[in-house]
Design a protein around this ligand. Structure first.
Ligand code: NDP
Length: 252
């Protein structure tokens, strides 16, 4: 593994499970110094156990506490990271939640929580590192959106709106940073077998799977591959783009 001085530093939000964990593993194996977040300060011990498990496999991932829905928490976590490493090269805004319900029955807090986490969260974290990236004249930002931000999804006005917003954010920031060595892109996964998808009612899940031309859910590693590609220095001419990875479920 590359040492701390020579390797690029990558932050993956919400990387202790699911797609985020696969991204942490892929970037660590590619030689990045990877840092991820744990949301709840009371769950530091669990996060440390997870870190030890990965270390046992030769995967080193550092931890900072950050609730992406809270601007203050993001500022605190970002200060912590920058005090440790003095730089950030790759930012993967991955943390996200679902609170599904049809619009007619959706409580206000299900709307607000999803917008605060999935959309405000991208702003909250990115703003803490933007000056650093601009000063370095280098950065790779990858925002994890969703197929449902592209096409909308029954029962997900909150999630679909937040994820569509993420790509708007990506395209605007890509224009603002294009001449500063910074790229900003969106990856839009289709259905991937993580806790988020396993939480969907089994009958609904089977119907969703039947709509995927490839005939199965994606693996988290299949999303991580694209993030690793976009994070690479050589991907310098790709910015403001959206990369759907959905097994052919939505071709657009
Ligand atoms: P998981 O539910 O498996 O993991 C989500 C991660 O985000 C967890 O680590 C969770 O932390 C973290 N997180 C949630 N809220 C916050 C917060 N406020 N602050 C910090 N961390 C937070 O999700 P997936 O791996 O499935 O999803 C990852 C991303 O991919 C999400 O943005 C999701 O919307 C997107 N996506 C997923 C798809 C799928 O099919 N799985 C499809 C399309 C997009 P904690 O452990 O504390 O809960």
């Amino acid at each position: 593994m590359a040492n701390q001085e020579s390797s690029r530093v990558a932050l993956v939000t919400g990387g202790t499970r699911g797609i985020g964990e696969a991204i942490c593993r892929a970037l660590s194996e590619a030689g990045y110094q990877v840092v991820t977040t744990y949301r709840n300060p009371n769950r530091e011990a669990q996060a440390r156990d997870w870190q030890q498990t990965l270390a046992g496999e030769g995967i080193e991932v550092d931890l900072v506490q950050m609730d992406v829905s809270s601007p203050e928490s993001c500022e605190h976590g970002a200060k912590d990271l920058l005090a440790r490493y003095g730089r950030l090269d790759v930012l993967v805004n991955n943390a996200g939640i679902t609170r599904d319900s049809v619009m007619k029955k959706m409580p206000l807090d299900a709307w607000q929580q999803v917008i605060h986490t999935n959309l405000d969260g991208v702003f909250n974290v990115t703003r803490c590192f933007l000056d650093t990236l601009l000063e370095q004249k280098y950065g790779r930002i990858v925002n994890i959106s969703s197929i449902n931000g592209q096409k909308g999804q029954f029962g997900q006005v909150n999630y679909s709106a937040a994820k569509a917003g993420v790509h708007g954010f990506t395209m605007a920031l890509a224009q603002e940073t294009a001449r500063k060595g910074i790229t900003v892109n969106t990856v839009s996964p289709g259905y991937v077998s993580t806790d988020m998808v396993m939480a969907i009612d089994e009958g609904v899940r089977d119907k969703l799977q039947a709509q995927i031309p490839v005939g199965r859910f994606g693996h988290p590693q299949e999303i991580a591959r694209m993030v690793e590609f976009l994070a690479d220095e050589k991907s310098a001419f790709i910015t403001g783009a959206n990369f759907p990875i959905n097994g052919g479920m939505f071709m657009h």
